[in-house]
Write a protein that binds this ligand. Sequence first.
Ligand code: HAM
Length: 420
Amino acid sequence: MSEFKAPKGIPDYLPPDSAQFVAVRDGLLAAARSAGYGDVELPIFEETALFARGVGESTDVVSKEMYTFEDRGGRSVTLRPEGTAGVMRAVIEHGLDRGALPVKLCYAGPFFRYERPQAGRYRQLQQVGIEAIGVDDPALDAEVIAVADAGFRALGLDGFRLEITSLGDATCRPAYREKLQQFLFALDLDEDTRRRAEINPLRVLDDKRPEIKALTAEAPLMLDHLSDEAKKHFETVLAHLDALQVPYVINPRMVRGLDYYTKTTFEFVHDGLGAQSGIGGGGRYDGLMRELGGQDLSGIGFGLGVDRTLLALRAEGRTAGPAARVDVFCVPLGEQAKQELAVLAARLRSAGLRVDLAYGDRGLKGAMRAADRSGAGVALVAGDRDIAAGTVGLKDLSTGEQIDVAADAVVAETLARFGR
Ligand code: HAM
Protein backbone atom coordinates (compact mmCIF):
# COMPACT_ATOMS: atom_id res chain seq x y z
CA MET A 1 0.00 0.00 0.00
CA SER A 2 1.42 3.34 -0.95
CA GLU A 3 1.29 6.12 1.58
CA PHE A 4 -0.11 8.66 -0.87
CA LYS A 5 -3.15 8.42 -3.08
CA ALA A 6 -4.44 10.70 -5.81
CA PRO A 7 -7.13 13.04 -4.45
CA LYS A 8 -10.59 11.46 -4.29
CA GLY A 9 -12.41 11.38 -7.59
CA ILE A 10 -9.37 12.37 -9.64
CA PRO A 11 -8.17 9.86 -12.20
CA ASP A 12 -4.59 9.09 -13.22
CA TYR A 13 -4.06 8.26 -16.89
CA LEU A 14 -1.47 5.50 -17.26
CA PRO A 15 -0.20 3.32 -20.10
CA PRO A 16 -1.60 1.46 -21.90
CA ASP A 17 -4.99 3.17 -21.36
CA SER A 18 -3.49 6.66 -21.55
CA ALA A 19 -2.78 6.10 -25.27
CA GLN A 20 -6.51 5.68 -25.81
CA PHE A 21 -7.28 8.76 -23.77
CA VAL A 22 -4.84 10.79 -25.90
CA ALA A 23 -6.31 9.33 -29.11
CA VAL A 24 -9.82 10.39 -28.06
CA ARG A 25 -8.71 13.87 -27.06
CA ASP A 26 -6.66 14.37 -30.22
CA GLY A 27 -9.40 12.90 -32.41
CA LEU A 28 -11.96 15.36 -31.05
CA LEU A 29 -9.52 18.25 -31.38
CA ALA A 30 -8.74 17.23 -34.96
CA ALA A 31 -12.43 17.57 -35.82
CA ALA A 32 -12.36 21.12 -34.42
CA ARG A 33 -9.16 22.12 -36.23
CA SER A 34 -10.52 20.75 -39.50
CA ALA A 35 -13.26 23.38 -39.26
CA GLY A 36 -10.78 26.22 -38.67
CA TYR A 37 -10.82 26.46 -34.87
CA GLY A 38 -7.51 27.77 -33.49
CA ASP A 39 -5.96 26.43 -30.30
CA VAL A 40 -6.00 28.39 -27.04
CA GLU A 41 -4.20 27.38 -23.86
CA LEU A 42 -5.74 29.26 -20.95
CA PRO A 43 -5.15 29.39 -17.19
CA ILE A 44 -6.31 26.48 -15.06
CA PHE A 45 -7.54 28.97 -12.48
CA GLU A 46 -9.17 32.36 -12.78
CA GLU A 47 -10.58 35.08 -10.59
CA THR A 48 -13.59 33.57 -8.78
CA ALA A 49 -15.96 36.35 -9.87
CA LEU A 50 -15.50 35.35 -13.53
CA PHE A 51 -17.26 32.03 -12.95
CA ALA A 52 -19.79 33.42 -10.48
CA ARG A 53 -20.90 35.95 -13.09
CA GLY A 54 -20.28 33.90 -16.23
CA VAL A 55 -21.67 30.52 -15.23
CA GLY A 56 -24.32 31.86 -12.83
CA GLU A 57 -24.53 32.07 -9.03
CA SER A 58 -27.64 29.89 -8.87
CA THR A 59 -26.07 26.90 -10.67
CA ASP A 60 -24.85 23.86 -8.74
CA VAL A 61 -21.49 24.30 -10.45
CA VAL A 62 -20.96 27.71 -8.87
CA SER A 63 -22.85 27.33 -5.60
CA LYS A 64 -21.65 23.84 -4.61
CA GLU A 65 -18.91 22.51 -6.83
CA MET A 66 -16.14 25.05 -7.24
CA TYR A 67 -12.61 24.61 -5.94
CA THR A 68 -12.19 28.11 -4.59
CA PHE A 69 -9.30 29.33 -2.48
CA GLU A 70 -7.42 32.42 -1.53
CA ASP A 71 -3.97 32.86 -3.02
CA ARG A 72 -1.08 34.25 -1.00
CA GLY A 73 -2.03 37.74 -2.09
CA GLY A 74 -5.52 37.40 -0.61
CA ARG A 75 -7.29 37.12 -3.99
CA SER A 76 -10.10 34.64 -4.39
CA VAL A 77 -9.30 32.28 -7.26
CA THR A 78 -11.10 29.20 -8.58
CA LEU A 79 -9.95 26.14 -10.50
CA ARG A 80 -11.87 26.41 -13.76
CA PRO A 81 -15.08 24.33 -13.61
CA GLU A 82 -15.68 24.84 -17.35
CA GLY A 83 -14.04 26.52 -20.33
CA THR A 84 -16.43 29.04 -21.84
CA ALA A 85 -16.10 31.83 -19.25
CA GLY A 86 -12.28 31.75 -19.45
CA VAL A 87 -12.31 31.81 -23.25
CA MET A 88 -14.65 34.78 -23.18
CA ARG A 89 -12.44 36.57 -20.65
CA ALA A 90 -9.39 36.04 -22.91
CA VAL A 91 -11.27 37.15 -26.03
CA ILE A 92 -12.34 40.40 -24.36
CA GLU A 93 -8.98 41.01 -22.65
CA HIS A 94 -7.01 40.58 -25.88
CA GLY A 95 -9.55 42.30 -28.11
CA LEU A 96 -10.02 39.31 -30.42
CA ASP A 97 -13.62 40.44 -30.82
CA ARG A 98 -12.33 43.60 -32.58
CA GLY A 99 -10.88 41.49 -35.39
CA ALA A 100 -12.47 39.17 -37.95
CA LEU A 101 -15.63 37.46 -36.73
CA PRO A 102 -16.48 34.84 -35.78
CA VAL A 103 -13.54 34.16 -33.51
CA LYS A 104 -13.19 30.37 -33.64
CA LEU A 105 -11.24 28.79 -30.80
CA CYS A 106 -10.65 25.28 -29.47
CA TYR A 107 -9.15 23.90 -26.28
CA ALA A 108 -8.51 20.71 -24.36
CA GLY A 109 -7.64 20.14 -20.75
CA PRO A 110 -8.74 19.49 -17.19
CA PHE A 111 -11.69 21.13 -15.43
CA PHE A 112 -12.59 20.82 -11.77
CA ARG A 113 -15.93 20.24 -10.09
CA TYR A 114 -16.44 19.10 -6.53
CA GLU A 115 -19.10 16.54 -7.42
CA ARG A 116 -19.84 13.22 -5.76
CA PRO A 117 -17.46 10.87 -7.57
CA GLN A 118 -18.91 7.84 -9.34
CA ALA A 119 -18.43 5.95 -12.60
CA GLY A 120 -18.00 8.58 -15.31
CA ARG A 121 -18.12 11.46 -12.84
CA TYR A 122 -14.82 12.85 -11.66
CA ARG A 123 -13.65 15.88 -9.74
CA GLN A 124 -11.04 16.51 -12.39
CA LEU A 125 -12.65 15.96 -15.76
CA GLN A 126 -11.19 16.38 -19.20
CA GLN A 127 -12.94 18.23 -21.99
CA VAL A 128 -12.34 19.19 -25.57
CA GLY A 129 -14.21 22.40 -26.30
CA ILE A 130 -14.80 24.90 -29.06
CA GLU A 131 -16.27 28.39 -29.06
CA ALA A 132 -17.37 30.39 -32.12
CA ILE A 133 -17.84 33.97 -30.98
CA GLY A 134 -19.28 37.11 -32.50
CA VAL A 135 -21.71 35.96 -35.17
CA ASP A 136 -25.29 34.88 -34.54
CA ASP A 137 -25.85 32.72 -37.59
CA PRO A 138 -27.85 29.48 -37.23
CA ALA A 139 -25.53 27.90 -39.82
CA LEU A 140 -22.73 28.34 -37.28
CA ASP A 141 -24.80 26.57 -34.61
CA ALA A 142 -25.13 23.67 -37.02
CA GLU A 143 -21.39 23.71 -37.74
CA VAL A 144 -20.53 23.49 -34.04
CA ILE A 145 -22.91 20.56 -33.59
CA ALA A 146 -21.68 18.86 -36.77
CA VAL A 147 -18.06 19.15 -35.60
CA ALA A 148 -18.93 17.29 -32.39
CA ASP A 149 -20.91 14.68 -34.30
CA ALA A 150 -18.05 14.16 -36.78
CA GLY A 151 -15.49 13.98 -33.96
CA PHE A 152 -17.41 11.23 -32.17
CA ARG A 153 -18.02 9.30 -35.40
CA ALA A 154 -14.37 9.55 -36.50
CA LEU A 155 -13.49 7.71 -33.29
CA GLY A 156 -15.87 4.93 -34.31
CA LEU A 157 -18.60 5.83 -31.83
CA ASP A 158 -22.18 5.40 -33.03
CA GLY A 159 -24.39 4.51 -30.05
CA PHE A 160 -25.13 8.12 -29.14
CA ARG A 161 -27.90 10.55 -29.89
CA LEU A 162 -27.99 14.30 -30.20
CA GLU A 163 -30.73 16.00 -28.18
CA ILE A 164 -31.52 19.58 -29.07
CA THR A 165 -33.83 22.38 -28.06
CA SER A 166 -34.07 26.15 -27.97
CA LEU A 167 -34.03 28.10 -24.72
CA GLY A 168 -35.36 31.23 -26.41
CA ASP A 169 -33.99 34.75 -26.42
CA ALA A 170 -34.31 37.99 -24.46
CA THR A 171 -37.72 38.68 -26.03
CA CYS A 172 -39.49 35.44 -25.14
CA ARG A 173 -37.52 34.04 -22.23
CA PRO A 174 -38.72 36.42 -19.45
CA ALA A 175 -42.38 35.94 -20.31
CA TYR A 176 -41.94 32.18 -20.44
CA ARG A 177 -40.12 32.20 -17.13
CA GLU A 178 -43.06 33.98 -15.56
CA LYS A 179 -45.54 31.56 -17.09
CA LEU A 180 -43.52 28.59 -15.81
CA GLN A 181 -43.30 30.14 -12.37
CA GLN A 182 -47.04 30.69 -12.26
CA PHE A 183 -47.51 27.03 -13.11
CA LEU A 184 -44.98 25.87 -10.53
CA PHE A 185 -46.24 28.11 -7.72
CA ALA A 186 -49.71 26.59 -8.15
CA LEU A 187 -48.29 23.13 -7.37
CA ASP A 188 -47.90 21.55 -3.97
CA LEU A 189 -44.09 21.72 -3.84
CA ASP A 190 -41.73 21.16 -0.92
CA GLU A 191 -39.91 24.22 0.32
CA ASP A 192 -36.58 23.52 -1.42
CA THR A 193 -38.23 22.96 -4.76
CA ARG A 194 -40.35 26.06 -4.32
CA ARG A 195 -37.22 28.09 -3.67
CA ARG A 196 -35.66 26.63 -6.78
CA ALA A 197 -38.76 27.63 -8.71
CA GLU A 198 -38.20 31.18 -7.54
CA ILE A 199 -34.51 31.37 -8.38
CA ASN A 200 -34.27 29.15 -11.43
CA PRO A 201 -37.63 27.67 -12.46
CA LEU A 202 -36.20 25.80 -15.46
CA ARG A 203 -34.15 23.69 -13.08
CA VAL A 204 -37.35 22.26 -11.58
CA LEU A 205 -38.13 20.65 -14.94
CA ASP A 206 -34.85 18.74 -14.53
CA ASP A 207 -35.85 17.24 -11.17
CA LYS A 208 -35.35 13.47 -11.31
CA ARG A 209 -37.79 12.59 -8.50
CA PRO A 210 -40.85 10.74 -9.93
CA GLU A 211 -43.35 12.78 -7.88
CA ILE A 212 -41.95 16.07 -9.19
CA LYS A 213 -41.77 14.66 -12.68
CA ALA A 214 -45.44 13.72 -12.47
CA LEU A 215 -46.36 17.15 -11.11
CA THR A 216 -44.52 18.96 -13.89
CA ALA A 217 -45.58 16.67 -16.75
CA GLU A 218 -47.91 19.36 -18.09
CA ALA A 219 -45.61 22.31 -17.43
CA PRO A 220 -45.41 24.93 -20.20
CA LEU A 221 -42.37 24.42 -22.43
CA MET A 222 -40.04 27.08 -23.82
CA LEU A 223 -40.28 25.56 -27.29
CA ASP A 224 -44.02 26.36 -27.39
CA HIS A 225 -43.40 29.97 -26.39
CA LEU A 226 -40.51 31.04 -28.62
CA SER A 227 -40.50 34.51 -30.18
CA ASP A 228 -40.85 34.51 -33.97
CA GLU A 229 -37.15 35.26 -34.30
CA ALA A 230 -36.01 32.52 -31.92
CA LYS A 231 -38.38 30.08 -33.62
CA LYS A 232 -37.00 30.90 -37.05
CA HIS A 233 -33.44 30.61 -35.68
CA PHE A 234 -34.17 27.15 -34.30
CA GLU A 235 -35.89 25.95 -37.45
CA THR A 236 -32.95 27.11 -39.55
CA VAL A 237 -30.49 25.24 -37.30
CA LEU A 238 -32.56 22.08 -37.76
CA ALA A 239 -32.73 22.57 -41.52
CA HIS A 240 -28.93 22.85 -41.63
CA LEU A 241 -28.55 19.72 -39.51
CA ASP A 242 -30.90 17.89 -41.89
CA ALA A 243 -28.82 19.01 -44.86
CA LEU A 244 -25.64 17.91 -43.09
CA GLN A 245 -27.33 14.60 -42.27
CA VAL A 246 -26.66 15.01 -38.57
CA PRO A 247 -29.44 13.09 -36.80
CA TYR A 248 -31.09 14.65 -33.75
CA VAL A 249 -34.08 14.36 -31.45
CA ILE A 250 -35.82 17.40 -30.05
CA ASN A 251 -35.93 17.35 -26.26
CA PRO A 252 -38.00 20.34 -25.11
CA ARG A 253 -37.36 19.51 -21.44
CA MET A 254 -33.58 19.65 -21.65
CA VAL A 255 -32.03 21.64 -18.83
CA ARG A 256 -28.32 22.41 -18.84
CA GLY A 257 -26.32 22.92 -15.67
CA LEU A 258 -24.92 26.32 -16.70
CA ASP A 259 -26.93 29.55 -16.83
CA TYR A 260 -25.55 31.30 -19.90
CA TYR A 261 -27.47 29.40 -22.57
CA THR A 262 -29.93 31.02 -24.95
CA LYS A 263 -31.48 29.80 -28.22
CA THR A 264 -29.85 26.57 -29.50
CA THR A 265 -28.94 24.18 -26.70
CA PHE A 266 -27.84 20.57 -27.14
CA GLU A 267 -26.48 17.46 -25.52
CA PHE A 268 -24.91 14.26 -26.81
CA VAL A 269 -26.18 11.30 -24.81
CA HIS A 270 -24.81 7.75 -24.80
CA ASP A 271 -26.98 4.94 -23.46
CA GLY A 272 -24.11 2.62 -22.57
CA LEU A 273 -22.94 4.75 -19.66
CA GLY A 274 -25.58 4.47 -16.94
CA ALA A 275 -26.40 7.60 -14.99
CA GLN A 276 -23.59 9.80 -16.35
CA SER A 277 -24.79 9.54 -19.93
CA GLY A 278 -23.86 13.02 -21.24
CA ILE A 279 -20.76 12.72 -23.41
CA GLY A 280 -20.92 16.34 -24.51
CA GLY A 281 -23.04 19.42 -24.50
CA GLY A 282 -23.20 23.04 -25.46
CA GLY A 283 -25.22 25.83 -26.91
CA ARG A 284 -25.52 29.46 -27.77
CA TYR A 285 -24.91 32.20 -25.22
CA ASP A 286 -26.26 35.63 -26.21
CA GLY A 287 -25.58 37.63 -23.08
CA LEU A 288 -22.33 36.19 -21.77
CA MET A 289 -19.84 38.55 -23.37
CA ARG A 290 -21.74 41.63 -22.25
CA GLU A 291 -22.18 40.13 -18.77
CA LEU A 292 -18.40 39.82 -18.54
CA GLY A 293 -17.83 43.43 -19.57
CA GLY A 294 -17.36 43.00 -23.31
CA GLN A 295 -19.36 43.93 -26.38
CA ASP A 296 -22.87 42.62 -26.83
CA LEU A 297 -21.93 39.72 -29.09
CA SER A 298 -23.34 36.21 -29.18
CA GLY A 299 -21.38 32.97 -29.27
CA ILE A 300 -21.88 29.24 -29.46
CA GLY A 301 -19.75 26.29 -28.41
CA PHE A 302 -19.52 22.86 -26.90
CA GLY A 303 -17.62 20.90 -24.28
CA LEU A 304 -17.11 17.19 -24.97
CA GLY A 305 -16.20 14.90 -22.09
CA VAL A 306 -13.05 13.01 -23.02
CA ASP A 307 -13.33 10.62 -20.06
CA ARG A 308 -16.92 9.72 -20.87
CA THR A 309 -16.23 9.40 -24.59
CA LEU A 310 -13.56 6.86 -23.73
CA LEU A 311 -16.02 4.97 -21.52
CA ALA A 312 -18.59 5.10 -24.31
CA LEU A 313 -16.10 3.61 -26.77
CA ARG A 314 -15.40 0.80 -24.30
CA ALA A 315 -19.12 0.23 -23.82
CA GLU A 316 -19.35 -0.24 -27.60
CA GLY A 317 -16.40 -2.65 -27.51
CA ARG A 318 -14.19 -0.30 -29.50
CA THR A 319 -10.70 1.00 -28.93
CA ALA A 320 -9.08 4.20 -30.03
CA GLY A 321 -5.45 4.82 -30.61
CA PRO A 322 -2.53 2.52 -31.32
CA ALA A 323 -2.78 -1.06 -30.01
CA ALA A 324 0.97 -1.23 -29.38
CA ARG A 325 3.35 1.03 -27.52
CA VAL A 326 6.12 0.76 -30.12
CA ASP A 327 6.71 -0.59 -33.63
CA VAL A 328 10.22 -1.96 -33.13
CA PHE A 329 11.98 -3.39 -30.10
CA CYS A 330 15.77 -3.73 -30.04
CA VAL A 331 17.42 -6.57 -28.16
CA PRO A 332 21.17 -6.06 -27.72
CA LEU A 333 23.31 -8.80 -26.14
CA GLY A 334 26.56 -7.17 -25.10
CA GLU A 335 27.99 -3.68 -24.77
CA GLN A 336 29.03 -3.16 -28.39
CA ALA A 337 25.65 -4.39 -29.60
CA LYS A 338 23.88 -2.04 -27.21
CA GLN A 339 25.69 0.96 -28.62
CA GLU A 340 25.06 -0.10 -32.25
CA LEU A 341 21.36 -0.86 -31.69
CA ALA A 342 20.88 2.41 -29.82
CA VAL A 343 22.20 4.20 -32.92
CA LEU A 344 19.90 2.16 -35.19
CA ALA A 345 16.98 2.93 -32.84
CA ALA A 346 17.69 6.65 -33.10
CA ARG A 347 17.76 6.47 -36.92
CA LEU A 348 14.50 4.52 -37.03
CA ARG A 349 12.87 7.03 -34.68
CA SER A 350 13.84 9.94 -36.86
CA ALA A 351 12.39 8.02 -39.81
CA GLY A 352 9.06 8.02 -37.95
CA LEU A 353 8.91 4.62 -36.25
CA ARG A 354 8.40 4.18 -32.52
CA VAL A 355 11.33 2.23 -31.15
CA ASP A 356 12.33 0.95 -27.72
CA LEU A 357 15.38 -0.96 -26.53
CA ALA A 358 15.96 -3.58 -23.82
CA TYR A 359 17.97 -1.96 -21.04
CA GLY A 360 19.56 -3.55 -18.03
CA ASP A 361 21.20 -6.71 -19.42
CA ARG A 362 18.31 -9.06 -18.73
CA GLY A 363 19.55 -11.79 -21.08
CA LEU A 364 17.91 -13.00 -24.28
CA LYS A 365 14.85 -14.59 -22.70
CA GLY A 366 13.93 -11.63 -20.50
CA ALA A 367 14.58 -9.16 -23.32
CA MET A 368 12.39 -11.14 -25.77
CA ARG A 369 9.60 -11.16 -23.21
CA ALA A 370 9.91 -7.38 -22.96
CA ALA A 371 9.79 -7.23 -26.78
CA ASP A 372 6.54 -9.24 -26.82
CA ARG A 373 5.01 -7.13 -24.08
CA SER A 374 5.84 -3.92 -25.93
CA GLY A 375 3.49 -4.93 -28.74
CA ALA A 376 6.22 -4.30 -31.34
CA GLY A 377 5.85 -5.98 -34.74
CA VAL A 378 9.58 -6.34 -35.26
CA ALA A 379 12.54 -7.06 -32.97
CA LEU A 380 16.12 -6.28 -33.92
CA VAL A 381 18.39 -8.75 -32.15
CA ALA A 382 22.19 -8.64 -32.12
CA GLY A 383 25.14 -9.80 -29.96
CA ASP A 384 28.61 -8.32 -30.01
CA ARG A 385 29.70 -11.06 -32.41
CA ASP A 386 26.91 -10.20 -34.89
CA ILE A 387 27.94 -6.57 -34.75
CA ALA A 388 31.56 -7.51 -35.41
CA ALA A 389 30.36 -9.58 -38.39
CA GLY A 390 28.21 -6.65 -39.61
CA THR A 391 24.77 -8.28 -39.23
CA VAL A 392 21.62 -7.80 -37.19
CA GLY A 393 18.82 -10.33 -36.66
CA LEU A 394 15.40 -9.03 -37.77
CA LYS A 395 12.58 -10.97 -36.17
CA ASP A 396 8.96 -10.69 -37.20
CA LEU A 397 7.25 -10.95 -33.82
CA SER A 398 3.90 -12.00 -35.23
CA THR A 399 5.25 -14.99 -37.23
CA GLY A 400 8.40 -15.66 -35.20
CA GLU A 401 10.43 -15.75 -38.40
CA GLN A 402 13.97 -14.32 -38.11
CA ILE A 403 16.49 -13.39 -40.82
CA ASP A 404 19.98 -11.91 -40.73
CA VAL A 405 20.28 -8.51 -42.37
CA ALA A 406 23.49 -6.59 -43.16
CA ALA A 407 23.85 -3.84 -40.53
CA ASP A 408 23.93 -1.09 -43.16
CA ALA A 409 20.67 -2.35 -44.72
CA VAL A 410 18.73 -2.89 -41.54
CA VAL A 411 17.11 0.57 -41.35
CA ALA A 412 15.79 0.32 -44.92
CA GLU A 413 14.64 -3.28 -44.40
CA THR A 414 12.85 -2.41 -41.13
CA LEU A 415 11.15 0.62 -42.68
CA ALA A 416 10.02 -1.55 -45.59
CA ARG A 417 8.33 -3.93 -43.13
CA PHE A 418 6.18 -0.97 -42.07
CA GLY A 419 5.46 0.07 -45.63
CA ARG A 420 7.75 3.11 -45.55
P1 HAM B 1 -21.04 20.76 -19.48
O1 HAM B 1 -22.27 20.10 -20.02
O2 HAM B 1 -21.08 21.20 -18.07
O3 HAM B 1 -20.72 21.97 -20.44
O4 HAM B 1 -19.82 19.77 -19.65
C1 HAM B 1 -19.52 19.23 -20.91
C2 HAM B 1 -19.21 17.75 -20.81
O5 HAM B 1 -18.15 17.52 -19.86
C3 HAM B 1 -20.34 16.89 -20.28
O6 HAM B 1 -21.24 16.55 -21.32
C4 HAM B 1 -19.61 15.65 -19.78
O7 HAM B 1 -19.32 14.76 -20.86
C5 HAM B 1 -18.30 16.24 -19.29
N1 HAM B 1 -18.35 16.35 -17.82
C6 HAM B 1 -18.92 17.33 -17.08
N2 HAM B 1 -18.77 17.09 -15.76
C7 HAM B 1 -18.08 15.92 -15.66
C8 HAM B 1 -17.59 15.15 -14.56
N3 HAM B 1 -17.77 15.52 -13.30
N4 HAM B 1 -16.91 14.00 -14.83
C9 HAM B 1 -16.69 13.60 -16.11
N5 HAM B 1 -17.13 14.31 -17.17
C10 HAM B 1 -17.81 15.45 -16.97
C11 HAM B 1 -19.69 22.84 -20.28
O8 HAM B 1 -18.77 22.67 -19.52
C12 HAM B 1 -19.75 24.01 -21.23
N6 HAM B 1 -18.59 24.89 -20.98
C13 HAM B 1 -19.79 23.57 -22.67
C14 HAM B 1 -19.93 24.71 -23.60
C15 HAM B 1 -18.95 25.30 -24.31
N7 HAM B 1 -21.04 25.37 -23.86
C16 HAM B 1 -20.78 26.35 -24.72
N8 HAM B 1 -19.50 26.32 -25.00
